[in-house]
Design a protein around this ligand. Structure first.
Ligand code: KG4
Ligand code: ZN
Length: 386
C-alpha cells in the first residue's frame, strides 16, 4: 500500500511517499520519497511563526515538494489530466496556488498510490488548509481517498518507528497501555493510549507549551528562533564550565495533577534578567541552564506521576522538544530507576521535528489497525486526540 503524506500544520512544508507492508504486528514502512522544507529562517524575523507567511510559503512549496518526492520514488510520470473537472480546483481561492496545482496535475500522471494522508489539526488553520486543499485537489483529480491525520498522533508514531540499516522502518516493541509525552512548540500533554488509537488525556499545559517556553526564553536572551536548540547548547556550555548556582522554581511541582505550566517560569527568567545590570555571555548560558533544569524537573516529575497513575508499559516521547538531550537523559534515568519494566521510546533525531513520514506512518497504522477515518476534512486548529 502506498501513501502520499502531506504536513503543513506549522512552519515546515513536508511531503513523503511511503510504502507500507505487513500486519500490525509486523509493519514495515519504506520511505520512497521524502521532502521537507523548513521556513524557520523566514519566520525568525518575527520571533515566531507568522501564520500569513506560513500559508503563503506552504502554497508555493507544496507542488514543487510533491514533484520532488514523487521523482525520488520513481513515481513521477509525464502526461497529466488534459482538462481538470471543475470540482477539483473549486476550493482553491488563491490564484497562484490554483495555477500551481493545475499545472502540476496537467503535467504529471496519477502516480501509483492508494491513499493521501494529510494533517488536519492541530496547528495554524491557514497553514493546515493549504495542505488539505492540496490533498483534496489531488485526491479528486486522481480518484484517491484522503485520510485526515492528527499531527500529535504523528508525533507519537514518530517515537515508535525504528530504522534498521535497511532503511525500512519497523515498529519498536510497543506495549500497551502506552503513555505519550508530547512536547512541541504548540503542545505539551500527557496522553494515554490503552490500545491503538484509543486516547485519554492525562495532563496538559495550562498555559505555554514547553517548546514555546524555550522559544520565548531564547528570545529574552537574544538567541534566534527557534530557540530550543540554542538554549540547549548554551545550557551545555554552562554545565561544561561546572554549572550554575542560579535556580528557578520548577512549576507545578507540588500540584497533585499531571498538568504543566510554563508561563511563570518564563516570567521568572524575565524578572531575573531585569534584576541583572549587564549580561555577559556566561550569565546568559547560566540562565539557559537554570531554565532548562527547572523545565526538565517539571517534565520528569509530571511524567513520573502519570506513569504511576496509569501503569503504562511504554513511555513514548514525541514533538520537537523530544530532540533535547537533557530531557531525554533525565526521562531515561527516571524510568530506569523507578519503572524498570517500562520501555522509553524517543524518535530518531531527524524525526523529532515536524515531518511527513510520521503522518504517512500514522495513516498506515490506522489502516492496518482498522481505525482509518475518512470524514469530510476541515482544518481544526485545536483538534484533540480522542
Ligand atoms: O514539533 P515541532 O517541530 O513543531 C510543532 O508542532 O510545534 O516543535 C518545535 C519546537 C520549537 O519550540 C523548538 O524550539 C523546539 O521544538 N525544539 C527544542 C529542541 N529542538 C526543537 N526544544 C528544546 N531543545 C531542543 N533541542
Ligand atoms: Zn509538531
Amino acid at each position: 500500500m502506498r501513501i502520499l503524506a502531506i504536513e503543513t500544520s506549522c512552519d515546515e512544508t513536508a511531503v513523503a511517499l511511503l510504502e507500507g507492508d505487513g500486519e500490525l504486528s509486523d509493519v514495515r514502512l519504506t520511505v520512497l520519497g521524502n521532502m521537507l522544507y523548513s521556513q524557520a529562517e523566514k519566520h525568525a524575523a518575527y520571533g515566531g511563526v507568522y501564520p500569513a507567511l506560513a500559508k503563503r510559503e506552504h502554497q508555493g512549496n507544496l507542488a514543487p515538494l510533491a514533484t520532488e518526492a514523487l521523482r525520488q520514488a520513481g513515481a513521477l510520470k509525464e502526461g497529466g489530466i488534459a482538462s481538470l473537472p471543475p470540482n477539483v480546483l473549486l476550493k482553491i481561492r488563491e490564484e497562484e496556488f490554483r495555477n500551481d496545482i493545475q499545472k502540476f496535475l496537467e503535467t504529471y500522471a496519477k502516480p501509483d498510490i492508494d491513499y493521501i494522508a494529510v494533517t488536519h489539526g492541530p496547528g495554524l488553520e491557514p497553514a493546515l488548509w493549504t495542505g488539505i486543499n492540496f490533498a483534496e485537489a489531488l485526491g479528486a483529480a486522481w480518484g484517491i481517498p484522503i485520510l485526515g491525520i492528527n499531527h500529535m498522533e504523528g508525533h507519537i508514531v514518530s517515537a515508535l518507528l525504528e530504522r534498521p540499516r535497511t532503511g525500512t522502518y519497523a515498529l519498536k516493541d510497543t506495549k500497551f497501555p502506552l503513555l505519550a509525552l508530547l512536547i512541541s512548540g504548540g503542545h505539551t500533554e500527557l496522553v494515554l493510549m490503552k490500545e491503538w488509537f484509543a486516547y485519554e488525556r492525562v495532563g496538559m499545559t495550562k498555559d505555554d507549551a514547553l517548546g514555546e517556553a524555550f522559544d520565548k526564553v531564547a528570545r529574552l536572551l537574544g538567541l534566534p528562533y527557534p530557540g530550543g536548540p540554542h538554549i540547549e547548547e548554551a545550557a551545555e556550555r554552562s554545565r561544561a564550565r561546572g554549572g550554575t548556582e542560579m535556580t528557578f522554581p520548577s512549576p507545578m511541582l507540588h500540584d497533585p495533577s499531571c498538568d504543566f505550566s510554563f508561563s511563570g517560569l518564563k516570567t521568572a527568567v524575565l524578572y531575573k534578567l531585569r534584576s541583572m545590570e549587564k549580561l555577559s555571555e556566561q550569565d546568559k548560558e547560566e540562565i539557559a541552564q537554570a531554565f532548562e533544569d527547572a523545565a526538565v524537573t517539571a517534565i520528569v516529575a509530571k511524567t513520573e506521576r502519570a506513569l504511576r497513575a496509569t501503569g503504562a508499559q511504554t513511555l513514548a516521547v514525541g514533538g520537537g522538544v523530544a530532540a533535547n538531550g537533557t530531557i531525554r537523559k533525565a526521562l531515561k534515568d527516571m524510568v530506569a530507576k523507578l519503572f524498570p519494566e517500562t520501555t522509553v521510546l524517543f524518535p530518531e533525531s531527524d524525526m523529532a521535528g515536524d515531518n511527513a513520514i510520521m503522518i504517512g506512518a500514522a495513516a498506515h497504522l490506522r489502516i492496518a489497525s482498522g481505525k482509518k477515518t475518512e470524514k469530510e476534512l476541515e482544518a481544526l486548529g485545536s483538534l484533540v486526540l480522542e
